[in-house]
Design a protein around this ligand. Structure first.
Ligand code: T1G
Length: 670
């Protein structure tokens, strides 16, 4: 097998080139090729300097994650990077694309780094529940300082080449199209410079204030994760001991994380997210439909957020409303949201104007005739949606895709009112639609394969993580949410409190529990609006106007800062309903709450898979990670059930009288 590494000579400079698509991952063959090339360069007296660069779209994007958890072939990356640094001839890293993880560590072991202006450097291992395990936590602070090293290692966000240059991490920004030539020229400039600068030989002073401030500022962000603290500890170690001692500490911390369930969960999600975009029965080269203009029906919270996704991606939007006042309000909210983003420096004013300029507000439904995709985002009522799709069928051009943003309703039933059911699909965005990354693409019985392929491609363009769901009430996410809500309400009547149930979910790692979520979404959502008809605790709250945060009262009381506190009135109402329903009371334990609110979600996920309403278990996990804030370090409900042990989950479900899915019982969930 040919090595992914080749070398070329440019006079006295040896170019070492990696060609390992798609992202030059540092797999065994790459490491072996690099080792041989460096040895060749060091041994060849006519070589004065070496340049390492990569073909394809990027410099090394890290260790090969698919090798993790398997016996690793030599040379190991830590050994290889130390060998690069030990070279007695200057080695220059020529960086384009994203030098990430082990790729950034190879660059740090090089004596100099040059980069194209669009290049990025990063140590995202923490997003895989890990840390830079090839000397990165020891070399990075020595080259770029403690503060930047903390940012890069513990948060994992890549930095732009210019910022890296400002921090001394990159020695020269070179031409976007002349990387190799400029790197060779740079190599010639430094080939005779001595001593050769080695990052591991540099000192870095302790900065306890920076560490304390960083840890304090990111406490909420790092809650529940093991890896950030380990990254911080390694960076601090770099300021306290020589390199060779620091890397031993780094190694030990790395192995602890690698053996842990959190990293396994986060690596699972890394691949699950990429797998989700693959549709088993739709080939990757399916001809896509062109989407050059999008229509959105409804300029409310969802419609406005949905429109922003396309405007931000440079796709013009026609937004339709029934009344001028609603249209103006919707347009105003979009502008305000963009301006708020610009005020935080995350958008330039001209980008705000460009996005607003691409928005065409109208009261004229017929204006949708020119759209390639129309997304209906009106309130959840089947008759209203059928009326709209009947009109769209008469207006829209052939080949236009007709989508509904329904959160629950039957896409086939909606499609059936049109003459073009093959062009009808569900696009279930999550609120706030311009922020939440998940998009459930609901595939109807007759939805055409090229419509699905177009949806998956479009999702990438609008920076969404798309998952295909079949037609079932509530699709994947909301269908699994329902048994959780049902059990949470039952547990209230049996003796638990909203605070206890929510505390268990927050301790599990969810951003909030079922009752805090109800207060955020609105206790009146789905309420029949008749204050005289009170059939459960929720009706009682709604009848009293306790509609949640927006009313500063729901299952909790809220102060002006929306801080929740337990409500005596709610405790009274719950006590009344326990009485009224004659529900036997018992002491509800935290474990019981887990067994009765989280295990049924897993069970429902298994049923969804058995019915073919989701392609694979990892898709279900992606839905919950990106749509409902399930903690990524638990890998999603289906992955978690596996780590929990299917047997334990089945026993817990049976103990509480649930009918358990066959595949869960058999442990055959795929
Ligand atoms: N290993 C193996 N496969 C990888 C990979 C990697 N590091 N990175 C990407 N792929 C695959 C991916 O699964 C997909 O495959 C294809 O490449 C394209 O990726 C010791 C321990 C580089 C920014 O965490 O962030 O180094 O689905 O769809 O959107 O310290 O990939 O086509 O079959 O994401 O253009 C640290 C991970 C590793 C970077 C490109 N590195 N990668 O994004 O393409 S740990 C990372 C990314 C480490 C050392 C440690 C992104 C990207 P498929 P893609 P993209």
């Amino acid at each position: 097998m040919t090595s992914p590494i080749r070398t070329e000579r440019h006079g006295d400079v040896l170019i070492i080139i990696s060609d390992n698509p798609p992202v030059n991952a540092l797999g065994a063959a790459v490491r072996q090729g690099l080792e041989a090339a460096i040895k060749q360069g060091v041994a060849d007296a006519s070589v004065e300097a070496m340049v390492i660069r990569c073909d394809g779209r990027t410099f090394f994007a890290g260790a090969d994650i698919t090798e993790f958890g398997k016996p690793m072939a030599e040379p190991f990356l830590p050994t290889l990077v130390d060998m690069v640094e030990a070279s007695d001839k200057p080695v220059i890293a020529a960086i384009h694309g994203t030098a990430l993880g082990g790729g950034c560590e190879v660059a740090l072991a090089c004596h100099y780094r040059v980069a194209t202006p669009s290049a990025k450097l990063g140590t995202p291992e923490v997003k895989l529940g890990l840390l830079p395990g090839a000397g990165g936590t020891q070399r990075l602070p020595r080259v770029a300082g403690v503060r930047l090293a903390l940012e890069m290692c513990a948060k994992g966000e890549p930095i732009a080449a210019q910022k890296a240059a400002d921090a001394g991490l990159v020695d020269r920004i070179v031409g976007e199209g002349s990387l190799e030539a400029d790197a060779i020229a740079f190599a010639r400039e430094v080939k005779a410079a001595r001593p050769i600068p080695r990052a591991s030989e540099r000192e870095v002073a302790p900065d306890p204030e920076a560490v304390a401030a960083f840890t304090r500022e990111n406490g909420r962000r790092f809650r529940g994760f093991d890896a950030p603290a380990a990254n911080i500890a390694c960076v601090v170690k770099a300021t306290a001991v020589p390199y060779h001692e620091g890397v031993q500490f780094e190694r030990a911390e790395f192995m602890k994380l690698m053996m842990g369930t959190q990293s396994a969960a986060q690596r699972h999600i890394f691949f699950a997210e990429r797998q989700a975009s693959k549709i088993d029965d739709v080939s990757a080269d399916t001809q896509l439909r062109a989407i050059n203009r999008v229509g959105v029906i409804g300029a409310g919270t969802m419609g406005g957020g949905i429109a922003m996704n396309f405007l931000s991606a440079g796709i013009p939007v026609t937004i339709v409303e029934m009344a001028q006042e609603a249209l103006d309000r919707g347009q105003g909210t979009i502008r305000k949201t963009y301006e708020a983003t610009a005020a935080k420096g995350r958008m330039k004013p001209d980008q705000v104007e460009a996005a607003m300029g691409a928005l065409t507000p109208t009261l004229d439904f017929a204006a949708l005739a020119e759209c390639d995709l129309v997304i209906e985002a009106v309130y959840e009522n089947m008759d209203v949606k059928k009326e709209i799709f009947t009109r769209l069928d008469g207006i829209c051009k052939p080949g236009a895709i007709l989508a509904s943003n329904t959160s629950y309703l039957n896409i086939d039933e909606i499609a059936a009112v049109t003459q073009r059911p093959q062009d009808v699909v569900g696009m279930h965005f999550f609120s706030p639609a311009n922020v939440m990354k998940l998009l459930e693409v609901v595939r109807g019985a007759q939805t055409a394969p090229d419509v699905i392929a177009t949806m998956m491609d479009l999702a990438k363009k609008i920076r969404k993580v798309a998952v295909v769901a079949g037609v079932t009430y509530g699709f994947i996410g909301n269908r699994m949410l329902m048994p959780r809500q049902v059990e949470a309400n039952k547990l209230l009547l049996e003796g638990a409190t909203p605070e206890q149930i929510d505390r268990v979910h927050v301790a599990f790692g969810m951003p909030m529990g079922p009752f805090q979520m109800a207060d955020l979404a609105g206790v009146d959502i789905g309420w029949h609006r008749d204050p005289t008809r009170i059939e459960n605790v929720r009706d009682a709250l709604a009848a009293e106007g306790r509609w949640g945060q927006k009313k500063q009262a729901g299952f909790y009381d809220y102060d002006e800062k929306r801080t929740p506190s337990a409500s005596a009135r709610v405790a009274e109402i719950i006590a009344e309903w326990r009485e009224k329903t004659g529900t036997p009371q018992h002491e509800v334990t935290d474990q019981e709450i887990v067994e009765r609110t989280l295990y049924p979600m897993v069970n429902e996920g298994a049923l969804i898979l058995e019915e073919g309403k989701a392609q694979r278990a990892s898709d279900v996990d992606v839905v919950w990670i990106y749509g409902y804030g399930w903690p990524v370090y638990r890998g999603g409900p289906m992955f978690w059930a596996k780590t929990e042990g299917y047997g334990k989950v089945v026993a817990g479900l049976e103990k509480h009288g649930f009918a358990v899915a066959q595949s869960l019982k058999a442990g055959t969930i795929k």
